[in-house]
Ligand binder design. Sequence first.
Ligand code: SF4
Length: 453
Amino acid sequence: MTEQPTEISATATAEGAEAPKKLFIKTYGCQMNVYDSERMAEALGAKGYVTTEVAEEADMVLLNTCHIREKAAEKVYSDLGRLRPLKQAKPDLKIGVAGCVAQAEGEEILKRMPLVDLVVGPQSYHRLPEMVEAKGKVVDTDFPEEDKFDHLPQRKALRGPTAFLTVQEGCDKFCAFCVVPYTRGAEVSRPAARLLAEARDLVSRGVREITLLGQNVNGYHGAGEGGTWGLGRLLREMAAIDGLDRLRYTTSHPNDMDDDLIAAHAEVPQLMPYLHLPVQSGSDRILKAMNRKHTAEQYLRLIERIRAARPDILLSSDFIVGFPGETDTDFEATMDLIRAVGFGAAFSFKYSARPGTPAAEKPELPAEVSDARLQALQALITEQQRAAQMAMVGREVGVLYEKPGRLPGQMVGKSDHLHAVHVTDSLGKPGQLVRVRITGSAPNSLAGEPLRD
Ligand code: SF4
């Protein structure tokens, strides 16, 4: 999961609202949180809130938090501390904490930060409209019986031609370092018919690319026509939606890459040639300690099968270095695995304990050891990432334009392989899917020219 603090910048309007109130949302963490923030903005839109990018002009500030990274809760408390002058200047300002830190900390947030008015967990944010109207402080960290998605308003296409769609939530894997099974609960898959309806609706609003989201997305097992559908079936049915040009999904567990899903990579042209498949370590000893339930060899064989289905697929992964007990030999095994696979991108982190997880009981490695390993691993990944980008130069790729670039006559979009591409195209408009020849590679993006008749 990536850590990308973002602020919602689109507008959610209320029908018949007297005067719009302003909502500022800060989103921490993964793409699922970005999606949740959009849905929270839509839910609060029904109560007259429109979003703003300026915290100072907001009537409500909502921090949609993530617990996956180091000192996550402390970062949230320090952000809340920074809101104190704002609350003093505007006593009616509502301050809310949502997401996984809200789930994990609950009432503790109100005790430590009395300026907070509401605390809402990831499974109950559909109740936000009632919560903002409540007198006094509210904490809701339930795992309610009702499905929150049934209680949220219709989607708005907030991110131009691309959209996220949560198909699955929660995780039953219990990796030893991870809080997700505790904060998001058990795996739940949304029914296929609802997802297809939501996807059709997004496409009717101009969306051309949908990324299916789940904490363990390839563990999807939703009720569908004729029985339970896996992710492969869901992707095939989504691909049949007229006007939906691209599909992606994230985040996956290696053990849930079944035959049908792998075959979908060969058979579904809309499924883009990019796969984020976290492995975390290349050492079997550490994989066992992490409770990942697969070996390095099994991961490598899986990659062979995926590449046999889709030879040009670009792979990305997550790595944790310095897990308790990791030796130099274990770390070298991780480096060997990276060399063997050749990744186009990766997210890598130094291990840090999450309270309440089994790994938190174990002694941590000295910081300097983990720092040095992280540096070495990131250098190798950067080398592979640059090589993957350079291999694109001279090739023709599809680019879905998302927005104008900084330079006049420039458009920015994503390639099939999820590279950011800056295209010199004065005729370009957001939402166009254009064939582009890649002409150059910068550290984190590509440059290209459109191929127009
Ligand atoms: S698969 Fe492991 S790392 Fe991923 S969400 Fe589940 S418990 Fe966390």
